[in-house]
Design a protein around this ligand. Structure first.
Ligand SMILES: [Zn+2]
Ligand SMILES: [Zn+2]
Length: 326
């Protein structure tokens, strides 16, 4: 009886060990060392299905956020990422759709709660104008900040911006994660605007930022593992209906031109986000399928139409696309 019990216990222990090993494997797969999550693939329209521009890049131990559009805090916490966990926020430019989520990230990330808990200052890197914007933001929310300092004894440090205004070149280099700012062309009155390239352990991700057709971007993104580009389009009738539509489109890249950039850069995986699909309410916007068909006339490599919460695992053997969680 004693021997039988020992055998049973042994089998149970062995089973548990096997189970633990499998769990460890799954965990290792679940936590790749280089991963990109599209938190929001939208542009100004306040859609529920496409939040404002925000892309999270996790490389090693670093959590880097690129733009903070509408809904960025909800998307982060949907994936149980504390707002205070972000090591650095990078801004491509100061158009409102890319920055309206900052106050929420700044202030809610300061709260002492699992969803907040920022240790240290609020680190932000962006174009000229970023420092003034952040200083004014703190002033705009002075009432709330003063209340929490006096009432809840919060340290001001957690809501103090550490702003860093950049020029093209390497703008971040820490624990093997290097970020390079690439100047792009979003129009004469919106200078500077940046795209970013993130390099980690011989792999790389490029984010275009908002830009017109900008061939130097293809060089900056040459051979990237993942190249994410913004795209814009409208139906012909709409463009012909009023000159305003052309002005908007002129700040962005058409699907055919995005295809040209991808064809030159030859990334392992290309992806689209920041969808500008214009409509006046009467003339419908082009569908994302329409944009993709147009892009395919100039590019025949792999391309993914982005969606909120879609993930890209940047492995040593290629990029795995993980569909958006519901
Ligand atoms: Zn934009
Ligand atoms: Zn813009």
């Amino acid at each position: 009886m004693g021997a039988r019990l020992t055998t049973l216990v042994s089998i149970w222990v062995l089973g548990l060990m096997a189970f633990t090993a499998i769990q460890t494997d799954v965990k290792a797969q679940d936590k790749p060392d280089f991963e990109v999550t599209m938190l929001g693939v939208g542009s100004p329209p306040p859609f529920m299905h496409r939040f404002g521009p925000a892309t999270l890049v996790r490389a090693g131990n670093k959590y880097l956020l690129f733009d903070a559009g509408r809904g960025v805090t909800q998307r982060l916490w949907q994936d149980k990422i504390s707002l205070g966990r972000i090591d650095m926020l990078f801004l491509t430019h100061l158009h409102s759709d890319h920055i309206v989520g900052i106050p929420d990230l700044l202030l809610t990330g300061w709260l002492k709660s699992p969803f907040g808990n920022r240790k240290g200052k609020f680190n932000i890197t962006g174009p000229k104008g970023t420092t003034a914007m952040m200083d004014h933001m703190v002033k705009a929310f002075a009432a709330d900040i003063n209340i929490r300092v006096e009432d809840q004894k919060f340290a001001r440090e957690g809501v103090t911006p550490n702003s860093n205004e950049i020029v093209p070149g390497v703008v971040y280099d820490d624990e093997g994660v290097r970020v390079t700012a690439i100047e792009v062309n979003h129009g004469e009155k919106i200078k500077p605007t940046f795209g970013f390239r993130i390099d980690y352990k011989g792999r790389s991700v490029v984010i275009s930022g908002d830009t017109k057709y900008h061939p130097p971007l293809a060089k900056a993104g040459a051979g990237a593992d993942l190249f994410i580009h913004a795209v814009a389009g409208a139906k012909k009738e709409l463009i012909e209906s009023h000159k305003m539509w052309k002005v908007i489109l002129d700040h962005h890249t058409s699907p055919e031109d995005v295809g040209r950039i991808f064809a030159e850069a030859k990334p392992k995986m290309a992806a689209l986000h920041h969808f500008v699909t214009l409509t006046n309410g009467k003339i419908k916007p082009p569908s994302l399928g329409d944009l993709l068909s147009r892009l395919k006339t100039t590019y025949d490599g792999p391309v993914t139409v982005g969606a909120d919460r879609m993930r890209f695992i940047i492995g040593t053997d290629g990029v795995t696309v993980v569909s958006a969680k519901k």
